[in-house]
Design a protein around this ligand. Structure first.
Ligand code: LLP
Length: 413
């Protein structure tokens, strides 16, 4: 879906001009399109078609309460990775039987909170975690439903920091160990195996690694069933790659075709945990040009958003398109778009052909709906940006910009 489009040379989110939003809410501000989020979600649900499946939106991608409640109302389940994310999804009324709890380092408190809520399942990542889950279940007198996250040892082409499905990574356990964990769990009256899980990484564009991973978890699930452990769910994780520059997004139809061929005629239910594919292209970060600096070798467009507001370029060298809110004919220059923070790594774009902008001009950094705001920090004592949701002609502030008082709250001078 083309979310941010020029109308009469003014860049708009749905029917609202970005200029208007910047004037009303200030900058830097994250802007999301309600229609785009819902369209992306529905596209996934429809793409999965007849496959019995549950889409559990991966909360970590964008955990704003309004985004969660939109998706919850549309029927999504949730993939959470912390007690904090659990609190968020419960706050928006998510049905517990649509919540899966992933993550390699759950604490006893987080497990207790998940048990108390009655979530669908804990995706367990080690024998130690299973032991803790069992002891907490016993202490609370509640059965714990779980899946083991299998590390399928498949290579998925993506940034090394977000590749997770190889044996050198901290995530999941090898197939043999998974089998041992299920065997141990079968002896416990507090543990109930509900599925087999995996997640091989994020921003993956090829279908093949997903299918290899599915083959691995399917073989574990089949082996379990042959021993009388009736697991129901195959949790394939998230990671569907989207277009930032000129990538070809993951071919969902091909993935579904491959999955259907494997699970057809079985009674397994699929769980998928997409984050980026639902919110990524639905968000932009509005920022104003503060200065344009030129030295003997380089041009720098200094803007009022920095690495604390959008970490992805600094952290992963990620590409985000940066475009002017008003399109008019201007000279071009090659420039770095940089923030105000005191680090050379504080850049939003490097060696980019940009229009020759001037102080005060408004820019939009695109495709930042996923892993944008959630990775923002207060580094350099900078308040985190505002978040705004656009719905047709309306724009609503869904999180105010932080104030300096917020940043110092609770500190002792
Ligand atoms: N499920 C699990 C267990 C995960 O760890 C993740 C992401 C997802 C689902 C959702 O993946 P998605 O569909 O959004 O690709 N900060 C990085 C991405 C880190 C992803 C971590 N895990 C970035 O900005 O690219």
């Amino acid at each position: 879906m083309q979310v941010f489009q020029y109308k009469s040379d003014q860049l708009c989110c749905e029917a609202v001009r970005l200029h208007q939003l910047a004037e009303r809410f200030g900058t830097p501000t994250y802007v999301y399109s309600r229609a785009a989020i819902l369209a992306n979600y529905r596209c996934l649900v429809e793409g999965l078609g007849q496959l019995p499946s549950l889409v559990c939106y991966s909360v970590k991608a964008n955990s704003n309460l309004r985004v969660l409640s939109l998706l919850g109302q549309a029927g999504a389940g949730f993939d959470i990775v912390s007690g904090g994310e659990l609190a968020r999804v419960l706050r928006v009324g998510a049905p517990p039987d649509r919540i899966v709890f992933s993550g390699v380092g759950k604490t006893a408190e987080e497990i207790d909170a998940g048990l108390a809520a009655g979530i669908l399942m804990f995706n367990v990542e080690s024998a130690g975690e299973l032991e803790l889950l069992e002891s907490r279940a016993q202490a609370l007198g509640k059965h714990a439903d779980f899946a083991v996250r299998v590390n399928p040892d498949v290579v998925a082409e993506t940034h090394p920091y977000i590749s997770t499905g190889q044996i050198v990574h901290k995530f999941g356990v090898a197939k043999d160990e998974a089998a041992e964990i299920y065997r141990r769990a079968a002896r416990s009256e507090w543990l109930r195996a509900r599925g087999v899980a995996c997640h091989i990484g994020s921003q993956i564009l090829e279908v093949e690694p997903f299918l290899k991973a599915l083959d691995e978890i399917l073989s574990v699930a089949r082996a379990l069933r042959s021993t009388g452990v009736e697991v129901e769910f195959l949790d394939l994780g998230g990671g569907y790659g989207i277009r930032y520059a000129d990538e070809q997004p993951l071919a969902l139809d091909k993935l579904v075709e491959g999955v259907a061929a494997r699970v057809h005629g079985t009674s397994f239910r699929l769980i998928v945990e997409p984050g980026r594919a639902i919110v990524g292209d639905a968000g932009a970060l509005l920022t104003r040009v503060l200065f344009v600096k030129r030295n003997q070798q380089k041009n720098f467009i200094v803007v009022d958003a920095g690495m604390n507001d959008l970490m992805r370029p600094t952290l992963y060298g990620s590409y985000h398109e940066v475009v002017p809110a008003e399109r008019r004919s201007r000279e071009k220059l090659i420039a770095d778009v940089v923030g105000p923070l005191c680090e050379t790594g504080d850049f939003l774009a490097q060696d980019r052909e940009m229009p020759d902008v001037a102080p005060g001009d408004l820019l939009a950094i695109l495709t930042v709906g996923a892993y944008g705001y959630v990775l923002a920090s207060n580094y350099n004592t900078r308040p985190r940006p505002a978040e705004v949701l656009v719905d047709g002609e309306n724009a609503e502030l869904i999180r105010p910009r932080e104030r300096l008082e917020d940043l110092m709250a609770g500190e002792v001078a």
